[in-house]
Write a protein of this length. Sequence first.
Length: 225
Amino acid sequence: MKIFTGSLLAALLITTAVAQAGVIVGGTRLIYDGGKKESSLSVKNPDDVPYLIQTWVDTTSGGAEKAPFMVTPPLFRLDGGQENVLRVVRAGGNLPNDKESLYWMNVKAIPAGEAKENQNTLQIAIKSRLKLIFRPQGLKGTPEDVTEQLKWQRSGNNVQVSNPTPFYMNFMEISVAGKQVKNPTYVAPGSSASFALPAGVSGGSVGWKIISDYGAIGPEHKGSM
């Protein structure tokens, strides 16, 4: 009888946005209000089998720098049909008070497996990775309120967007001259981001939709470059 776990388990991580083979994370992003002591997110297991849930927060750089947030509980068992609440608490850090800061929250689910005689077993851990956005206490409004302030221009074969606002602008879609830009992501506050222009497009009107604090898709906005 051979049971493959350990390094094989770690190698078989599959990243999804919200739901993973029975474990449902209650959101696509988490906005941490700097005026509160903590923020929370639900995790539900509608399956019959239990899962081992591991949680942590990473920096966007992906380096050794430790994120100034901790998640409780960091490791727990979630039985079938049960739900638990993850609490995110700020643990220090010198974060800007005039603009948002971005981190990644990770929720990894490992299904329970039963070893069977003369059979190999394979356990696959599945990880959800969602944005954790820290919004300072003095920051009023939402990204949707000020997204019209974005500035667009052509830069070589790219469309470049500049964000003079204090909010992260998370794009659902961007179009130039009516053609969709592939794989739009986000632009940080006080920064710029570039995306490849659609084939055959050199300029024209720009349309974009952003994702709200609750994961909803906002209305289309129009601009030019």
